[in-house]
Design a protein around this ligand. Structure first.
Ligand code: ADP
Ligand code: ZN
Length: 839
């Protein structure tokens, strides 16, 4: 995003309670459905006194009940004269007396909703731990009068009587089920009649139990005079219990039973005699096992680190907003600086938040954080269990935890008094949430810091072009760590021109001789290696030699990838999979070829070539389970694995001192993508993975195989020359009008009817042109999206470029309003502001 400092939000103001002492009459409610407006509800007297912004409110919407969020309270609705008071529905139930959504989170979700055009209610829902809100169910029950009249009505109104009996048989029943069992079309009218006459009543009940704090039985020793105790007749088991509790005072019951080796009956006897007491205590579902926490370590900072820390400390102590780019080569000690800055924030009584780009990286950092800061640390990411997430969220909400580490959704942590935000590897595309609600965690965190007067630290060895540009124009402050800790030299990088390999052997080969030799040498020296390839699976395409057809996904415009271990061909976009064919599906030809090597095949080839090297693979197929990924990394760290083969997941964050060789088999596929960020992404990937070599005492080497040896992304990455790359890339961006010189909005139309889609695309284009009278934007399209078909739907897109965000929104919002009036559903148009990859 080119300008995250534009804060549109007025939520902080609107979240304030009305000034009058009387209870508010109405609530403005954001509901978690795909609509871009809020709704006003009448607050019944029983609710209105306790209603506060941020609390959940059960409200009727269309014919359903939904859990919405109060975003403002209103005394009257004169500001919305179009709403006739009679049309306003009444809220059903208030779920929280203490609002679940803090004012800060309410404000930042409001900003996201405005900025990215995502429905506010959906954003709030995404900001809360999952499973916290059960959906509500409407049930019909009999009143006392209803019971009495069941028989009397049988003669005069058999239909009503029958319904009463059905309800009575069930005790409680949903209207839908009742209608089915009564077999009548008129049931809902009959229910209304019965309700009006006071014979039945509607109640609301959560459909399933929401996630709550877990409790366990615990035991404590009551104050008992030791002398009196000694005088009592006690069995040896009872003495062991008292012995244990004398040390601990209170402990979980199950621990006591195990440690004192006693049965529950001994405990019960002591309880009856008033010596011990059993009670319920909340237990934390801790995502980190105690044995996984390493010993705490803190280094004496180098001069460069000290000076960086001093710069950060200044605004932190003053309590003002500031964003720093911490631009430090891999291994320059950025993590150490993060820890110190957090310590300062804590000392100042403030909280800190650290975002990392991938779940795979959270365990690495969170263990170190736990070692240094103990229970003050809470972990936020989506692969925790619902219970763990709820507990971590609750600990932050209560102020017990003041350091949050997480992936992008960590930006919604309900921390109070935020002082410091750290965004590690700020250039990573994973900060972008692709599914609704769309937002960029990095940019959101910067805005949140601004709203809460906190300091932001953007860390990277390869900053995104936008961020570096912001530092260049002094919007961010540029801090640098130019040397590796201990002055470890950078790995020497060598580019291998694969065209020469083809010339030499007369056909393409996967591995150059140079790479094979280095692998063997490295193994002989008992050092480790990392082999990178940006394509998972076994082969990227299945090709028929007879007719030349490739096997396509039936739902998407891509070829299917062969996964040999599963003997299937899989779509990497929609996950469609089918058995690998033995004959061509189009011509029945039997000469099926698999082309384009993936990680699975590379692993297999290397295993065949080097039987003594212990090889493990890391990619999305092998790391579906958090623990298995961690185990592979741990085994590699412990030297039980000699070589890791994998995708970009290998490139980040890990610190393995014995790795001296990094081989890049190919990143060419990334270079030729029709995406304006293709060069930037490739540069980052090569630089990052090269940084994995030579982190210990042995110098490292990097080999990059490519068919594009002269490409500037490859050359500058091999030379670890960020400045050189930036200069060349920024010229390209300027010349072709791409960010950071313009802001982008991508409008994607999708649907199953191609003809309709095309005409909607043209309508949208006309509307955009009409809104663009002052020629503030440049509009491209409609054109088929690069992935013209996905998950069974056709896709057409329009790209809007503007100099300022205000112009962009103005033109897009007006055009969207215009096409909505033509009857084009907003649901079939995806608006993406600041899209991460634009092809
Ligand atoms: P980065 O995050 O920039 O890649 P790290 O913070 O991981 O770098 O530091 C690289 C290595 O140097 C780590 O093993 C770390 O423990 C060590 N290190 C960091 N700071 C110091 C220091 N001041 N003195 C000694 N070792 C340090
Ligand atoms: Zn598909």
């Amino acid at each position: 995003m080119s300008d995250p400092s534009v804060v549109h939000s007025t939520a902080a103001a609107s979240a304030a309670e009305p000034t009058s002492a009387a209870s508010p009459k109405y609530a403005e409610v954001a509901v978690p459905v795909h609509v871009s407006r809020t709704f006003t509800y009448l607050l019944p007297r029983a609710i209105s006194h306790d209603a506060k912004p941020g609390a959940r409110l059960v409200v009727p919407l269309h014919s359903k009940l939904v859990t919405g969020y109060i975003v403002a309270l209103l005394d009257d609705i004169q500001s919305e004269p179009t709403l006739a008071e009679t049309a306003i529905k009444e809220a059903v139930e208030l779920l929280d007396r203490v609002p679940l959504v803090t004012p800060e989170v309410l404000a930042i979700t409001r900003w996201i909703s405005d900025y990215y055009g995502s429905p506010w209610g959906e954003v709030i829902k995404a900001a809360l731990p999952p499973g916290i809100s059960a959906t509500m169910e409407r049930l019909i029950v009999l009143t006392g009068q209803g019971y009495d009249q069941m028989e009397t009505l049988a003669a005069s109104a058999p239909a009503l009587s029958n319904i009463l009996r059905l309800i009575g048989d069930h005790g409680e029943i949903s209207p839908e089920r009742l209608a089915k069992e009564a077999g009548k079309t008129q049931t809902s009218r009959l229910i209304r009649e019965l309700e009006r006459d006071g014979l039945v009543q509607t109640i609301h009940r959560p459909r399933q139990l929401p996630i709550r704090t877990r409790h366990q039985r615990a035991i404590r020793l009551l104050e008992v005079d030791q002398a009196a105790l000694a005088a009592q007749k006690l069995t040896s088991a009872q003495r062991r219990i008292i012995g244990e509790l004398n040390n601990e005072r209170t402990m979980p019951l199950k621990n006591l039973l195990a440690e004192a080796n006693v049965s529950l009956s001994s405990v019960n006897t002591l309880e009856k005699r008033g010596i011990v007491e059993l009670f319920e205590e909340p237990v934390r579902r801790d995502p980190i096992l105690a044995r996984e926490i390493p010993p705490a370590e803190e280094h004496t900072l180098t001069e460069a680190q000290t000076s960086v820390l001093e710069s950060i400390e200044k605004p932190l102590r003053e309590g003002i907003y500031r964003t720093f780019l911490l631009h430090g080569v891999t291994g320059s000690g950025k993590t150490e600086v993060y820890m110190r800055a957090m310590r300062v924030a804590l000392q100042l009584g403030r909280s800190a938040m650290m975002l990392v780009p991938e779940i795979a990286l959270t365990p690495v950092f969170s263990r170190r954080l736990r070692a240094n800061f103990g229970d003050l640390v809470a972990i936020f990411h989506s692969s925790l269990s619902k219970g763990e997430r709820f507990d971590e969220w609750t600990r932050v909400r209560s102020g017990e935890a003041r350091i949050v580490i997480g992936t992008r959704s960590g930006v919604f942590a309900p921390v109070r008094n935020l002082g410091l935000v750290i965004i590690d590897e700020e250039h990573e595309a994973t900060y972008r949430q692709q599914d609704s609600p769309v937002y960029n965690g990095r940019d959101t965190a910067i805005v949140r810091a601004q709203q809460e007067s906190a300091v932001v630290l953007l860390g990277s060895a390869t900053p995104s072009l936008e961020t570096f540009h912001n530092a260049h124009i002094k919007k961010y402050e540029h801090l640098q760590l130019t040397d590796r800790i201990g002055n470890r030299p950078f790995a020497r990088a060598r580019i291998i021109d694969m065209r020469k390999v083809v010339a030499q052997y007369g056909r393409p080969r996967v591995f150059s001789d140079a790479l094979l030799e280095r692998i063997a040498e490295t193994h002989q020296k008992k050092e480790q290696s990392i082999i990178l390839l940006n394509r998972r699976g076994y082969s990227s395409a299945v090709l028929c030699r007879t007719c030349g057809e490739t096997v396509q996904c039936p739902n998407c415009d891509v070829t299917l990838t062969y996964h040999r271990s599963m003997r299937t061909i899989v779509c990497h976009y929609c996950n469609h999979n089918q058995p690998a064919p033995s004959r061509c599906p189009s011509c029945e030809g039997e000469y099926i070829y698999y082309i384009g090597e993936g990680t699975e095949q590379i692993e297999e080839m290397l295993k065949a070539q080097f039987p003594t090297i212990r090889i493990a693979r890391i990619d999305r197929d092998t790391t579906a389970h958090r623990r298995s990924f961690e185990k592979t990394l741990a085994d590699f760290g412990a030297g039980q694995i000699d070589m890791l083969v994998g995708t970009q997941m290998l490139a980040k964050g890990h610190d393995f001192p014995n790795v001296t060789l990094v081989g890049v088999v190919s990143v060419d596929a990334g270079l030729v993508l029709p995406d304006f960020r293709a060069a930037e992404k490739t540069f980052q990937l090569i630089t990052q993975v090269a940084g994995r070599a030579g982190r210990g005492n042995q110098p490292g080497q990097v080999l990059i195989q490519t068919y594009h040896p002269e490409h500037y992304a490859v050359r500058h990455a091999a030379a670890q020359d960020y400045a050189g790359f930036y200069e060349q890339e920024i010229r390209y961006r300027k010349h072709h009008s791409y960010p950071p010189f313009v802001v982008l909005g991508l409008l994607l139309l999708h649907g199953t009817d191609l003809g309709r889609l095309k005409s909607e695309g043209n309508d949208l284009r006309k509307a955009l042109d009409a809104a663009n009278t002052e020629r503030l934007c440049r509009i491209l399209g409609p054109a088929p999206a690069p992935l013209a078909r996905l998950k069974g739907e056709h896709r057409y897109q329009l790209l809007v470029k503007a100099r300022t965000r205000k112009h962009l929104r103005q033109v897009i919002d007006n055009a969207l309003a215009e096409v909505a009036s033509l009857g084009i559903s907003r649901r079939s148009i995806n608006l993406e502001i600041d899209p991460v990859s634009v092809m």
